[in-house]
Design a protein around this ligand. Structure first.
Ligand code: NDP
Length: 231
C-alpha cells in the first residue's frame, strides 16, 4: 500500500487529497494543527482506517523533527507540502506592509516545505515512488504577474519555487523527484467562492500529474492539468 503524507489536511485542498488517496487505497498520514477541531478529517479517518491524523503546526520546526522521528518506520511515497497562508489582503501593498506578518508567511509557505523535505528525506528515500511535492501558486510566477499586489504571498511562493527547483536538482542523484504544482484557482477558504475549480477537480488533476510523473519531470512547474507554467 503506497503512503502519502499531507500537511494542512483538515480543510480545502489538503482534505481533498486525503479523501481521494484514501479512496484510491493509499495509506494517508494526515497532518493538521488542531486534530481535535478537524471534524471533517476525523470523519474521514473513521470511514477509512488507512487514514491516521498527526498534529503538526508547520512553522514549529521542533514539531516537524518530532513527527519525523515518531514516523521513522514509515516509508513515504509522496510527501505533499500543502499547508499555506495568504497573509491578508490589506497588508499586502506598499504603505500597508506588515513586516512581521511577511516573515511568518515566508516561514509557513517557503521555509516549512523545505524543512519538511529535509526532515522526511529518509522516509521518502525508503519508499517506492520517492516524490516530493510543493503546492505552490501561479501567483509566485513573475512571468505571469500582470496585476501586482499580494507581495507577501507572491514572494513566499516565488521563493518556494526557487528552493524546490534547487532541491529537485540536488536530490536527482538520489532518485527523488520534485514537482512544483499550481492547483488552479480553487473554491476553498483561501480561493473564495468565485473560484472556478472545485477541490475535487483540482486534486483529481494533480493526482493525474503525480501518476504521470517521470524522472525527467523533476523540478518542473506545472498546473493541475499538467501544463507548464512560466517562472
Ligand atoms: P485553505 O486556506 O483552505 O487551507 C489552508 C490549510 O493550511 C489549512 O489546513 C490550514 O490549517 C493549513 N495551515 C495554515 N498554516 C498552517 C501552519 N502554520 N501549520 C499547519 N497547517 C497550516 O487553503 P487551500 O486549501 O486553498 O490551499 C492549500 C494550498 O494551495 C496552499 O499552499 C495555497 O497557497 C495553495 N493554493 C491555493 C489556491 C486556491 O485557489 N485555493 C491557488 C493556488 C495555490 P488551519 O485550518 O489550522 O488554519
Amino acid at each position: 500500500m503506497p503512503t502519502v503524507l499531507v500537511t494542512g489536511s483538515n480543510r480545502g485542498i489538503g482534505l481533498e487529497f486525503c479523501r481521494q488517496y484514501a479512496e484510491a487505497g493509499w495509506k494517508v498520514l494526515a497532518c493538521c494543527r488542531r486534530p481535535e477541531q478537524a471534524s471533517n478529517l476525523r470523519g474521514l479517518a473513521t470511514e477509512w482506517p488507512s487514514v491516521s491524523i498527526h498534529q503538526l503546526e508547520v512553522e514549529n520546526f521542533d514539531q516537524i523533527d518530532a513527527l519525523a522521528h515518531a514516523l521513522a518506520s514509515e516509508p513515504i511515497d509522496v510527501l505533499i507540502n500543502n499547508a499555506g497562508v495568504y497573509g491578508g489582503s490589506s497588508q499586502n501593498i506598499l504603505g500597508t506592509l506588515d513586516y512581521d506578518l511577511w516573515a511568518r508567511v515566508l516561514k509557513i509557505n517557503t521555509q516549512a516545505p523545505v524543512k519538511m523535505t529535509e526532515a522526511f528525506l529518509p522516509h521518502v528515500l525508503r519508499s517506492q515512488r520517492k516524490l516530493v511535492l510543493a503546492i505552490t501558486s501561479l501567483m509566485g510566477s513573475m512571468g505571469d504577474n500582470s496585476s501586482g499586489g499580494a507581495i507577501l504571498y507572491r514572494t513566499s511562493k516565488a521563493a518556494l519555487n526557487a528552493a524546490m527547483k534547487s532541491i529537485a536538482i540536488d536530490l536527482k542523484p538520489r532518485g527523488i523527484g520534485v514537482l512544483i504544482l499550481h492547483p488552479g484557482w480553487v473554491k476553498t477558504d483561501m480561493g473564495g467562492s468565485n473560484a472556478p475549480t472545485s477541490p475535487a477537480e483540482s486534486v483529481a488533476g494533480l493526482r493525474r500529474v503525480i501518476e504521470d510523473f517521470k524522472p525527467g519531470d523533476s523540478g518542473r512547474f506545472l498546473d493541475f492539468r499538467g501544463r507548464e507554467l512560466p517562472w
